[in-house]
Structure formats: C-alpha cells, structure tokens
Design a protein around this ligand. Sequence first.
Ligand code: ADP
Ligand code: MG
Length: 508
Amino acid sequence: MFEKVNSLGLFGLNAFHVDAEIEVSKGMPSFDIIGLGDTVVRESRERIRAALRSCGISFPVAKVTVNLAPADTKKTGSITDLAIAVAMLKIMGHIDADLSDSAFVGEVSLSGAIRGINGVLPMTIFARAEGIKKVFVPFENAFEASVADGIEIFGVRDLAALLSHFNGGEKITPQGKYEPPDDGVLESLDFADVKGQQNAKKALEIAAAGGHNVLMIGSPGSGKSMLAKRMPSILPKMTFEESIETTNIHSISGILDKRTPLVTVRPFRAPHHTISPAGLAGGGGVPHPGEISLAHNGLLFLDELPEFSRQALEILRQPLEEQKVTISRASGTVSYPCSFMLIAAMNPCPCGYFGHPSRKCTCGPKQVSSYLAKISGPLLDRFDLHVEVAPVEFESISSKQKEESSERIRERVQAAREIQTRRYKGTGITCNARITPDILHDVCPLEPDAVEMLKAVFDKMGLSARAYDRILKVSRTIADMSGKEVIRKQDVAQAVQYRSLDRKYWGG
Ligand SMILES: Nc1ncnc2c1ncn2[C@@H]1O[C@H](COP(=O)(O)OP(=O)(O)O)[C@@H](O)[C@H]1O
Ligand SMILES: [Mg+2]
C-alpha cells in the first residue's frame, strides 16, 4: 500500500516542495523515515507514534517506510511531522479525502497537539506559486500565513480536529485574509523631546529620506543615543514588497509579533556591542539570519561603535555594499537580503571628551588614535553622513520653545521618498542610497557650478571613488528634499559638510 501527502521544506529563505510518501508492507514490524532528514526529522517517528496513540489509533503491525522526497535535499526540523502523520492516517483509512491540492506543515507533539514552526509565510507563498490550493498549518501560525493571498489557510490545533474536519465532524474554519493597516502606526519616542541639535536632526532627516548611513561622534551625554532611538519615528512608510521581504525573514527567525503577522513598520535593531560576528551577520549549523538581515528594509543602530569586536565590524563591510549576506556552512550556502540603513554612535576617545568645547580630555594622543583606529578606513568610508554631536547648549536645554515633532519631519521624509519611488520605478532601486553605478550620473544631473564644486572638493579632500559616489547620492537626496531635479551647488556643499569629520578625527 502506498500514499503520498504534500509538505514543504525550507532552507534559508528558500522554500521547496516535499512529498511525504508512505509505504506499508508485510514483514517485520518497523517504522523508518528516509530521505536525508536530520535527527529532528528522524525523531518524528516517536512523536507520531505517541500522537496517534493519543487519538486512540494504534500503530500498524507492519513494515512502515516513509520517504521524504526529493531524497537528495536536506530536511531539517519538525516541519514535515504533520504531513507524515496525515499520510499515516490516510494509509490506515482514517482519512479518505482527496488531498492532492493540499499541503501540510507543522510539528506534532506527543499529545497530538500541533505546535508552531518558523517560516510558515515563505512556505505558504511558495505553495501558492506551486498551485497548491489549501495549506494546513499549526493553529498559532495561521494568522501569519494569512498574509499570503489566493490560498486557503487552515489552522490546525491537533490531530483530533483534523480527523473531525475530514470525517464529517466539525470543520476547521479557514483563516480570513489578513488586511494590513494603511500605514504602520508607530509608538515611538519623538524628536520633539530633543532640545536644539538642529545640525544632527537635519543629518538624520536626510539619512531617513535617502536611506543613507550616519556616524555620530560626540562626548558622553551629548544625546547621541537619544537621537538614534528616535529614528524609527521619521522613517518612510514601507512598501508592500518591502513588508513581505522583511516578514519572510522575521518568519523564519520566529520573531514575528503574534498580533501583526505582516511587518509594516521598518525594523529598528540595536544589538549590544558584545554581539558575535555570527549574531550580527548570520550563522549557525543551518545558517539563520543575523541582525543585519533582521534589519532588512529598516535600520541597524550600533551604539558605542568602537566597543564592537573588530571582527564584527569588518564583517559588515561587504553586506553594506551588496545588501545581501552569503553564509556557507557544511549544510549548504544561504543568502539573506540585508538592505539596511546603518546608524552608529561613538565617543571620540576612551574618556569621551576629546574635542569637547569646555571639558578637558584626559587621554594621551596615542590612546585617542588607537581608539579611533578601531574604525577602519573602509568602514568609515561607508558612512555617508558624519555628525559631530556637541553637548546641547544651556539656552537650548532651558528654552521653553517647542521643538519640531517627528510627525512633521516624517512628512518631509515621506515626500522626498515618494520622488525617489517615482524616479526609480521598475529598476528595483528603492532609494537614493541604493542607486547603482550604471545610472548614477543619469539620475544625478548637476548644475555647472555644482560640478565645479564637486571637482574642487574631490581634488582638495583626496576623496576615494566610493566617497565621491556617496557624496553625490547624498546631494541627490538633499535636492529631492527641496523638490529640485537638478542638483545645485548648495546641495553638494551641504553633503560635503557632512563628510568632514573623518579628517578632523582620523586626519585622513
Ligand atoms: N538635546 C537634548 N535635549 C534634551 N535632553 C537631552 C539632550 N541631550 C541629552 N539629553 C539628556 O541626556 C541624556 C543622555 O543622553 P544620551 O543620548 O544617552 O547621550 P550619549 O548617547 O551621547 O552619551 C538623555 O537621556 C537626555 O535625558
Ligand atoms: Mg549613548
């Protein structure tokens, strides 16, 4: 006797089809699972045996073989448990329905309950593309799966509910399609709390508008962390495609918020400086996404940048350039997207007061330079905007004057981002920071005196080609913020002004 039930598998973000094939024949009673499963898959024998018993179904006294096809693709974890259990129920005659248009994923527990798994969304989207009409998922993942359109989702609480569904008993109600809110409303700290600091606020606004990276340098207590933590409140809306991409990554990482299955607010990730390189970039036996991928389409904030390990910092360089990270392990190679904005903050020296207007720095010149040297030249080059955050002045801090709210700033950011969305329509480019070299000059037309200025700056500052490109992109954003298509001299000047701290501190 032979049966086959559809299931799914996942490697990194890539879902694939799995057939749970079962054969029952006469012979020595046994139960084997073959088809390149890991130990978790092999242990599913014990889970399924117990789960069936809990439904009052005794295991066949026969030679039972389950094959997870294709046999040459590794299967990991407990995703295929449910499909194996269903195949078993079918071959024993407890389910008689035609299941050819359905797929089953979920972990079976000893009690017969179906437990949640990671990655249900990318698997559901894949199943729909494969022509599957119904997907049976763990009850707790049904809401998440309902983000996918055009496929019926059934949330299964336990094997008993499934048996009743197929045998004329109580039916499982399909999960309604999830309708995301128009705009992710954000409960966030507000820029109105920050007194003064106009220069830093402007830099952060430009960064949010064009998706640029920012490095903030300043003494302790000057408000760097305070400023960075308010960034989520001014980031532009996510597009639906961006939401799906980010949700897929959060889905396989198991960090989706149970109440909001679709990520509609740009992620803000702020890992502690003790994080390992693998925690930052991704890793593990079956490589899982790191913080840079969890921040995909959002923001990564690295506070106290020089405190991060050298290895962790250097591992950022390539992903920052390519917006994806490739991880190779014995189990295979996976690639995760990581298009994030990087905001970093640091003190200028160990004591923190180097360059402070009134307090004396107690570090020797050697200490200062070795502290700054923790940020390598190539990493420094990847920051589009440098901001010196000076301690807020007494007049500002004691002033009763109201500061501009994040909502107002965000309106300007949004307007500038919409210009970019229109300009790059159909190119796959999402914002100015992601302009590719082939179109850089076409989309950054300059007025003649702006060209001259750029040339003078390039010669005088001895810029790298990368720094030049980045200044041009930031100028593009500044021009967009004033609704100008052709970049003016003043736009370039402002962009250059935000690129000057490497010389002041690093003397480069
Ligand atoms: N511009 C400012 N307006 C209002 N409060 C400020 C400002 N700058 C600093 N503070 C206060 O000082 C505290 C310390 O700032 P913080 O952001 O932690 O500094 P840093 O990260 O630069 O060391 C803040 O939590 C806030 O209470
Ligand atoms: Mg701080």
